[in-house]
Ligand binder design. Structure first.
Ligand code: GDP
Ligand code: MG
Length: 172
């Protein structure tokens, strides 16, 4: 056995918020400026240590299927954690967070651990969603919250590790 636990973690959120690039940054430390979302792998794996345990994280990306509202129920099934991502420069992507949260509640386990992510933190000059609004929504809905940048790596590792550690606490 090459790991002690396997955690499935899924990424959701509107098209273009940076899901694929957050995944790419975290698992391969790379980034793509490409506007087209063809770069997305549908699935990636990363192993991390928590205490003396090796945890294999299976990260699932929608790979563009969110455009067609065609995210299949198997995407959500058995997920232990989720990142709901919006773009701090697009208010509409933040408005849609409640829709993504409802979708998660409908299709995944009631114990799923969720982090709300305001991505594109590097674009402060064109910010449309105040950090307080993101934080308030998270607090009201019992979610963890962080702002990240897949471009310059701010908080990316932290976001995934906090989520994994919370799952670890809840499931062991
Ligand atoms: P997805 O549709 O949610 O998977 O979004 P992508 O990861 O494909 O990113 C959409 C666009 O936003 C691409 O042009 C990325 O280069 C860009 N992008 C993603 N994350 C960031 C970020 O943190 N900062 C900036 N400035 N651009 C980003
Ligand atoms: Mg994508």
């Amino acid at each position: 056995m090459d790991c002690d636990y396997i955690y499935k973690i899924i990424l959701v959120g509107d098209m273009g918020v940076g899901k694929s690039n957050l995944l790419l940054r975290y698992t391969r430390d790379s980034f793509s400026l490409n506007k087209e979302s063809t770069i997305g792998v549908e699935f990636d794996i990363k192993k991390i240590q928590v205490d003396d345990k090796t945890i294999k994280i299976q990260l699932w990306d929608t790979a563009g299927s969110e455009r067609y509202k065609a995210i299949v129920p198997t995407y959500y099934r058995r997920a232990l954690g989720a990142l709901i991502i919006y773009d701090i420069t697009r208010y509409d992507s933040f408005k849609n967070v409640s829709r993504w949260l409802a979708e998660l509640k409908d299709h995944s386990s009631p114990n799923i651990v969720i982090t709300l992510i305001g991505n594109k933190f590097d674009l402060e000059s064109v910010r449309r969603v105040p950090v307080e609004e993101g934080a308030r929504f998270a607090k009201e809905n019992g979610l963890m919250f962080l702002e990240t940048s897949a471009l310059d790596s701010t908080n990316v590792e932290l976001a995934f590790e906090k989520l994994v550690k919370e799952i670890y606490k809840k499931t062991r």
